[in-house]
Design a binder for this molecule. Structure first.
Ligand code: TXA
Ligand code: MG
Length: 312
């Protein structure tokens, strides 16, 4: 296996591999994905196996057009048209009724399917060349940090795929926002690259916000996720001698100064945690970011990263 620059020739090789059941690591604007033909049940089973992901956690189907999204869904409500027009291509995933062409394994036996049109030119071009929608979970082993650079993809994954396409560092750096449009009202299942306020401005309410609903409708979502090996502690201030993510001047080389703006913070978060993790520190003290809608995805990832393995 190799990490390759996505020249036209390499993209053709990747597309051919995907059409014949292969698995390729692809760049997206959010995080790198472990991609295969979403309509090929055997290929999808290999993706679950490579990632070590439980079969009850469905994959996102990546498309290059709204027309292709309609082919994998069995209903396309007005709300989907509105959100696609406003946010696609981009870090928004929509959960909709599943078309029969999508295998059970891709959707973890649900009658819905998650679809998204990524904003990365390499991902879009590859989907077009492959001619099939691509199922792609984040390219990390189950419960580890998602990679936001090609060189951050775990060797255990790199060794099992046809190739890794290097599309540079991911602009967004956090996974897409997942919105369920299959119920009576829209609901955010996972905060992410598109802030809730932007969604609510584009699609006027009512939105379902009860957490109990969100949990029952997010199969496979684990309280611990996106975690480094080190223990994450959310604190008001990082002890001067400790490793951590800070907002002011770092007190030692194991502290990383983070941006005070939420998009820039999110874009850096996984790479920063990974850098400290690679130093082998036991604990990472993260200064709690500001509250507010624009920080929701960052808070969600930090909460999951800091949740103990035996948490409920
Ligand atoms: O930004 C992203 O979304 C990245 C890039 C690669 O596109 N992908 C990603 O995939 O984060 P993954 O597999 O790590 O997360 C998919 C999320 C999970 O929380 C899963 O439960 C949810 O989407 N999901 C997928 N299909 C669903 C469905 N039918 N109903 C409800 N939730 C679904
Ligand atoms: Mg993931």
């Amino acid at each position: 296996m190799e990490i390759l620059s996505p020249t036209p020739d390499v993209l053709d090789r990747a597309a051919t591999a995907l059409r014949s059941g292969g698995v390729v690591v692809i760049p997206t604007e959010t995080v790198y994905g472990l991609a295969c033909n979403a309509l090929d049940a055997d290929a999808v089973r290999r993706v679950f196996a490579i990632k070590g992901r439980p079969a009850n956690n469905p994959l996102i189907v990546h498309v290059a057009s709204e027309a292709q999204a309609r082919q994998v869904t069995s209903a396309w409500p007005e709300s989907a048209t509105v959100l696609a027009a406003r946010f696609w291509p981009g870090p928004l995933t929509m959960v909709l009724p599943r078309a029969a062409v999508v295998p059970d394994v891709t959707a973890a036996d649900l009658d819905t399917v998650a679809v998204r049109m990524p904003a990365h030119p390499v991902a879009l071009e590859l989907i077009r060349r492959a001619g099939v929608p691509l199922a792609a979970p984040s390219a990390n082993p189950f419960m580890r940090l998602s990679p936001t650079r090609a060189e951050d993809v775990d060797p255990s994954i790199v060794s099992q795929v046809t190739m890794v396409l290097d599309g540079g560092p991911c602009d967004v750096g956090l996974e897409s926002t997942v919105v369920d449009l299959s119920g009576t009202a829209p609901m955010v299942l996972r905060p992410g690259g598109i802030p809730r306020a932007a969604l609510e401005a584009a699609l006027v309410g009512p939105w379902i916000t009860e957490r109990t609903e969100t949990v029952t409708r997010s199969p496979g979502m684990h309280p611990r996720h996106y975690a480094p090996r080190a223990t994450i502690r959310l604190v008001a201030s990082t002890p001067p001698g400790a490793a951590g993510l800070v907002f002011s001047a770092p007190a030692n080389p194991q502290q990383i100064r983070m941006p005070s703006e939420p998009q820039a913070y999110g874009a850096m978060l996984y790479a920063a945690l990974r850098r400290l993790d690679l130093l082998g520190v036991a604990e990472i003290f993260v200064v709690t970011p500001p509250s507010g809608d624009a920080w929701e995805a960052v808070h969600d990832r930090l909460r999951r990263a800091s949740t103990a393995l035996d948490a409920p």
